[in-house]
Ligand binder design. Structure first.
Ligand code: C2O
Ligand code: CU
Ligand code: CU
Length: 506
């Protein structure tokens, strides 16, 4: 199969290119940007690849081409021809070999988001670049005490991460529990967004949209539009939900059903928490139990106010997206519960007591300031670093600088050096008028304080939202691995524009 889609589809269009305004009604009927999407089919799940005897060997071929999206054929990017790519089911202690083949027109690489594995060599090395036509063999060794949970993989090539993920490159990783949770059914739900033209190719994205963080016209579940999930009353389902959207926040509701959150990212609560809604910033995952009640319920994402560009005409409660949703949000899936009631299941086993770094001595305190400034030349006085390097590698939010501690990403500069084994406390401070979901590779973060208020119970995440003009304090234990990796904003347009830093543990 030859690559068929044009690289130009991914290249920056002019401001306002393809800026067809589609109202909420259009969105709900699935006609974002004229693509004749079709919804309402039964949920399909990505191919499942299971490790056996501690090993999994996978080939992932990243390529443009024809792929099924929202019930139609489209021209997008995908791993192995399907969107999302295959789900990798792993266990602690596994050795996983992924052979990544780059059939794209641009360099790419692979990141295993959230996995606690080495960032060096051919493990989860964010600095690798795989050129078009080349392959790279990754090998990940999961420690025996690797936490169970929901993870995912996606490209991480600085400058094109947003385009490549928006274009369709992502897949789920599940690390299985040692003690299974009794459920009637498990599902993997990868939520992503994309904008397609009437002809079915990826729509151009304007510089303005990149600045705010692009949001796609179609919000997909496993590449489908509003799929149907069937269950019987009383059944308990386990949904592993991934927010693979480039910039869109998800505020999920499933009214009329009973929801319990086992945890977020790799973090697990000691016992499941009853919830009415689940907020997932880009990159976050939820491990959710749904106990089915008779009737038809709609899984929706409600509008999230993630701030706006101060003083500009953009803004509103959808982060300034081109496709404002109504107050009821966007329907993502239909949960159809009918039939004879199911017998009750055994209770959910309680989880190990989560680790709590608040009882440990902190070896260093740091502050990371996430800032946006006007102008190519860093108009803000607090911004020292030149934008040359950052913008050169970026995809061009040309009118705005995106920095951490005044500097845009430079792969040749280590911004933060930590001692292996240290426990550090970081203050993540956001001086900008938009939220930034802050992500650190390899080591999860314990949230200890939000907007000046202490968090009482241990909450672990690897993407932590830092609201506009606010701050969050986290603790991090730099266990097990040394090497260089990154922290960044998971609004991937911001990351590509420079809001990323290099950290070295040694
Ligand atoms: Cu989900 Cu650095 O990435
Ligand atoms: Cu990551
Ligand atoms: Cu950001």
């Amino acid at each position: 199969m030859q690559p068929v889609s044009r690289r130009s589809a991914l290249i920056l269009g002019g401001v306002g290119a393809a800026a067809t305004v589609t109202g909420a009604a259009g969105l709900l009927s699935g006609w974002g940007l004229g693509f004749p999407a079709a919804g309402g089919q039964d949920l399909s799940e990505p191919q499942a690849l299971q490790s056996a005897d501690g090993r999994l060997q996978v080939k992932l071929s990243a390529a443009p081409g024809q792929v099924r999206i929202a019930g139609r054929d489209a021209n997008a990017l995908s791993y192995n021809g399907s969107l999302p790519g295959p789900t990798l089911f792993l266990r602690p202690g596994d050795r996983v070999n992924v052979s990544l083949e780059n059939r794209l027109a641009d360099p790419t690489n692979l990141h295993v988001h959230g996995l606690h594995v080495s960032p060096e060599g051919n493990s989860d090395n964010a600095l690798v670049s795989v050129e078009p036509g080349m392959s790279f063999d990754y090998e990940y060794r999961l420690p025996l005490n690797h936490p169970p949970g929901v993870y995912w993989y996606h490209p991480h090539r600085h400058g094109s991460a947003a385009d490549q993920i928006f274009g369709g490159l992502y897949g789920a990783i599940i690390v299985q529990d040692s003690q299974p949770v009794p459920v009637s059914r498990e599902r993997v739900l990868v939520i992503s967004d994309i904008s397609l033209t009437g002809g079915g190719s990826i729509a151009a994205v304007s510089a303005m949209e990149k600045m705010v963080g692009r949001e796609g016209a179609l919000v997909l579940v496993n590449g489908q539009l509003n799929p149907v999930l069937a269950a019987r009353p009383g059944e308990r389902e386990r949904w592993r939900i991934i927010n693979a959207c480039t910039s869109r926040y998800l505020k999920l509701r499933l009214d009329g059903q009973e929801l319990q959150l086992l945890g977020m990212d790799s973090g697990r609560y000691q016992s499941p928490r009853n919830v009415d809604e689940v907020l997932l910033a880009p990159g976050n995952r939820a491990d959710l139990l749904v106990t089915a009640a008779d009737g038809t319920a709609v899984l929706r994402t409600l509008p999230v106010d993630r701030g706006s560009m101060a003083g500009s005409m953009m803004g509103g409660n959808n982060g300034g997206g081109r496709f404002p949703a109504g107050p009821d949000g966007t329907a993502l899936a239909t949960f159809a519960v009918a039939g004879a009631p199911a017998a009750a299941l055994a209770p959910v086993p309680s989880q190990p007591v989560p680790r709590d770094l608040r009882s440990l001595a902190v070896t260093a305190h740091r502050e990371l300031v996430f800032a946006m400034g006007m102008g190519m030349n860093n108009g803000g006085a607090d911004m020292g670093g030149g934008m040359g390097g950052g913008m050169g590698g970026g995809t061009g939010s040309g009118m705005m600088s995106f920095t951490i501690n005044g500097r845009a990403f430079d792969p040749a500069r280590v911004d933060t050096t930590v001692s292996a084994g240290a426990v550090e406390e970081w203050t993540l401070r956001n001086t900008s008028p938009m939220d930034h979901p802050v992500h650190l590779h390899v080591w999860p973060m314990q949230i200890v304080e939000q907007a000046g208020r202490p968090v009482d119970s241990p909450v672990w995440q690897d993407v932590v939202n830092v609201p506009a003009r606010s701050s969050v304090r986290v603790r991090i234990a730099f266990d097990d691995f040394t090497g260089k990796t990154v922290y960044h904003c998971h609004i991937l347009d911001h990351e590509d524009s420079g809001m990323m830093g290099l950290i070295e543990a040694r």
